[in-house]
Write a protein that binds this ligand. Structure first.
Ligand code: EPZ
Length: 431
């Protein structure tokens, strides 16, 4: 199992190329199941979750090819995927695949909409909370499917096809909104989605579906209207930049001090987080190349944040922000409202010398003058990268274990940080 070794204390200086968003790339790839024609996706990040989803999609019969893996390419070279689901060969998504990556449960919507039937394993437990799929099933039932749960599998059927309906989400859900968009695009008639998730990745997927021939209005806002069509075609789409990767590196620079241009980053995708990083003491400016983050000398100020659906502060940046606040000049409160168990990084940050107390869904962080390097490990992607941020500013050496979590969602992390002067290396092999 690979590990990452970091020697803290270096400022970050230079440029970091922001990759395509993992959380847009995954549903976009799943959308390929909606059409017999080829869907081409540019700027797909080279991360383990994309590789895993390719394996899952090929199980259903998707042929794919990948451009951009040539030797000598820039480490952050964007990759192009061509996905072709001309013939769906299997409508079952088995447990051993779905349990490896929750988002693969989302194949249920396109399989059902196109084939009239899907059998998908329930995803099971997760390190950040219980994460039920009841609202995804509610969507499919509203659109006319019958749902049976048998032996750990969801069996969804709509032999005569799905039918448009009104879907009013009792809570904002990204996965529920993706499901509704994909299923309603091929349903008969009109669908109205209320209280839809407004995350930029939803708007990106909807934009791609529109290129494929779907009739969707309002994606990116809380009310979306869809007029179903009989079939969808192929399309060519470029994945939007990763706002979570952008915010993560912005926080890393705020943590270590320095001056970094986040190339290709789009400020509109994370206004709230950029404001918070600015309040903490970093200077943020934007130009036509991306976002520049600087902190030279100024100490870090404590800032209270509460996670919320877009355009609020993202839960996927909560752990990273907590790492930043461990060195703030005072007390901050970080409230997690999206997932009930997303504080697994707290004990690991404490191993680096952080002072954090949990009170239900609130973490109370008392900043310390110095963190000290230590061996650490984490249980999910964003928690792992929060440990990297803390280690970059800690005195001495840290070893981050379970690097496979990082590899799921951060493309060439050690190369990007190393290119800006961080002392960071991957150690291959068992630990
Ligand atoms: C997406 O997960 C992201 N994953 C998550 O990123 C992200 O944290 C989350 O949205 C919130 O922004 C991908 O895009 C692949 P939800 P998703 O449905 O869609 C509850 C990362 O690190 N809920 O918006 O699964 C749920 O339990 C990952 O990249 C139900 O109750 O999130 C949660 O409390 C982690 N019933 C809330 O809604 C349901 O049927 C929001 O979940 C579905 C969700």
């Amino acid at each position: 199992m690979d590990r990452i070794r970091i020697v803290g204390g270096r400022k970050l200086e230079g440029n970091i190329q922001i990759s395509g968003a993992k959380n847009a790339a995954l549903p976009l790839m799943i959308a390929a199941l909606l059409t017999e024609e080829t869907l081409t996706l540019e700027n797909t990040p080279s991360v383990a979750d994309v590789g895993m989803l390719l394996r899952i999609l090929s199980h259903h019969g998707v042929d794919y090819s990948v451009d951009g893996r040539r030797p000598g390419d820039q480490p952050h070279a964007a990759r192009t995927l061509h996905l072709s689901a001309r013939r769906i060969v299997d409508i079952t998504a088995p447990y051993d695949l779905v349990s490896k990556m929750r988002a693969s449960f989302w194949v249920i919507a396109p399989l059902l909409a196109r084939m009239g039937e899907a059998r998908v394993s329930l995803p099971g437990g997760c390190a950040i909370g219980t994460r039920p799929v009841d609202l995804l099933l509610m969507v499919l039932e509203k659109l006319g499917a019958t749902i049976e749960i048998e032996a750990g599998y969801v069996h969804a059927r709509a032999a005569k096809g799905l039918v448009g309906a009104e879907i009013d989400f009792p809570k904002v859900t990204v996965s529920g909104t993706h499901t509704a968009l994909m299923a309603a695009s091929l349903a008969k008639g009109h669908t109205l989605i209320k209280n839809a998730a407004c995350e930029p990745e939803i708007a990106d997927v909807a934009a791609c579906l529109v290129k494929m021939g779907a009739k969707i209005k309002g994606a990116g806002q809380s009310v979306i209207e869809i007029e179903g069509v009989a079939s969808l075609s192929g399309a060519h789409h470029t994945v939007l930049p990763d706002r979570i990767e952008t915010g993560t590196y912005a926080m890393a620079v705020a943590m270590t001090g320095g001056d970094v241009l986040l190339e290709g980053a789009e400020p509109d995708l994370l206004r709230n987080a950029l404001d918070v990083i600015g309040m903490a003491g970093a200077e943020i400016s934007t130009n036509n190349l991306g976002i520049r983050v600087r902190r030279n000398g100024a100490s870090l100020s404590p800032v209270d944040v509460t996670t919320a659906p877009f355009p609020g502060f993202p839960t996927d940046l909560q752990a990273q922000f907590m790492a930043l606040m461990t060195k703030a000049n005072g007390r901050s409160r970080i409230t997690e409202t999206i997932f009930e168990n997303r504080f697994m990084h707290v004990q690991e940050l404490a191993r680096l010398g952080a002072h954090i107390r949990l009170d239900g869904d609130i973490a109370i962080v008392d900043g310390v003058a110095e963190l000290q390097g230590a061996p650490v490990m984490a249980t999910d992607l964003r928690a792992s990268v929060s440990l990297v941020i803390a280690a970059l500013a800690a005195r001495g050496e840290s070893i981050v274990n379970r690097v496979y979590h990082l590899d799921r969602g951060f493309e060439h992390l050690e190369k990007k940080l190393g290119g800006c002067g961080a002392v960071i290396e991957r150690i291959s092999g068992s630990n």
